[in-house]
Design a protein around this ligand. Structure first.
Ligand SMILES: NC(=O)c1ccc[n+]([C@@H]2O[C@H](COP(=O)([O-])OP(=O)(O)OC[C@H]3O[C@@H](n4cnc5c(N)ncnc54)[C@H](OP(=O)(O)O)[C@@H]3O)[C@@H](O)[C@H]2O)c1
Length: 225
């Protein structure tokens, strides 16, 4: 069984995203006729790469419980080919960023790995002030400012989108620097009361898409800069 942060537990897709906007070097060819959650290239229009925070959340705004457990999430039903599905999202991602706790969560959960190996092929920047275990993958451990890392990610992404996996504090740092373009949230039908916050910031957003995917209420927002 394979789990992805962002959701993909053999059909349970936790976090999805797509690129539409922004600060890109290279425009991507996108489709107009396809559903809004389809990746740009399938929608037939030109759109530049986007920096996306794509995650799953409880309805009260937590992406992990206080023990960093995702058990409340991974038991839910989602259609891996349905609205805002993970596979369509990750196909458009060229570089990844995550915080140390998210990275450790992946390493500590065999179901999140791919046959015991690091699951992402994209270069991945892991933010930490200390150290993290190394794995066999393109992992770039950093404590550099997010703006500097963002520039490196753009260079590495080949015109594809940048995925900020989490946590919410790291996504907030990208937003603080004016570098976050989109937020995709898959809301699971549960309230946790406490835990790791979805996005501990005051941020103006515009709702772009909403859809139901089985147990999940899925929403895509753009950040109002
Ligand atoms: N629901 C979902 O789909 C989803 C998605 C992603 C994550 N998650 C879960 O949510 C939880 C997130 O944990 P979290 O809120 O603690 O966030 P996190 O971002 O994963 O980890 C926070 C840590 O990242 C490092 N960090 C953050 N910003 C940094 C910076 N600018 N420079 C250097 N280091 C920096 C620090 O590590 P050091 O302490 O090492 O310095 C900090 O303690 C995890 O349990 C994860 O598994 C859930």
């Amino acid at each position: 069984m394979t789990v992805r942060l962002g959701v993909n537990l053999k059909g349970l897709g936790l976090v999805l995203g797509r690129g539409v906007f922004v600060r890109a070097d290279r425009p991507a060819l996108l489709p107009m006729h396809a559903a809004p959650w389809c990746p740009p290239q399938e929608r037939g229009i030109l759109a530049p790469m986007a920096t996306q925070f794509y995650t799953a959340s409880s309805i009260d705004g937590f992406i992990a419980d206080p023990e960093h457990s995702l058990s409340w999430l991974l038991t839910r039903d989602i259609d891996g080919r349905g609205p805002m599905n993970y596979n369509a999202f990750i196909a458009e991602v060229g570089a990844i960023a995550m915080g140390a706790n998210t990275y450790r969560w992946i390493l500590d959960h065999p179901e999140a790995l791919e046959d015991g190996r690091w699951p992402y092929r994209q270069p991945t920047w892991v933010f930490t002030h200390g150290g993290v275990p190394t794995v066999d993958g393109d992992i770039r451990v950093t404590s550099a400012p997010v703006a500097e890392v963002h520039g490196e990610m753009i260079q590495a992404a080949g015109g594809r989108n940048l995925w900020v996996v989490g946590g919410g504090g790291l996504a907030g740092q990208f937003a603080d620097s004016g570098l976050l373009d989109e937020i995709w949230v898959q809301y699971a039908p549960v309230a946790l009361g406490s835990g790791a916050p979805l996005l501990p910031r005051r941020l103006e957003l515009r709702l772009e898409d909403v859809a139901r995917n089985r147990d999940f209420a899925c929403a895509r927002y753009t950040v109002v800069h």
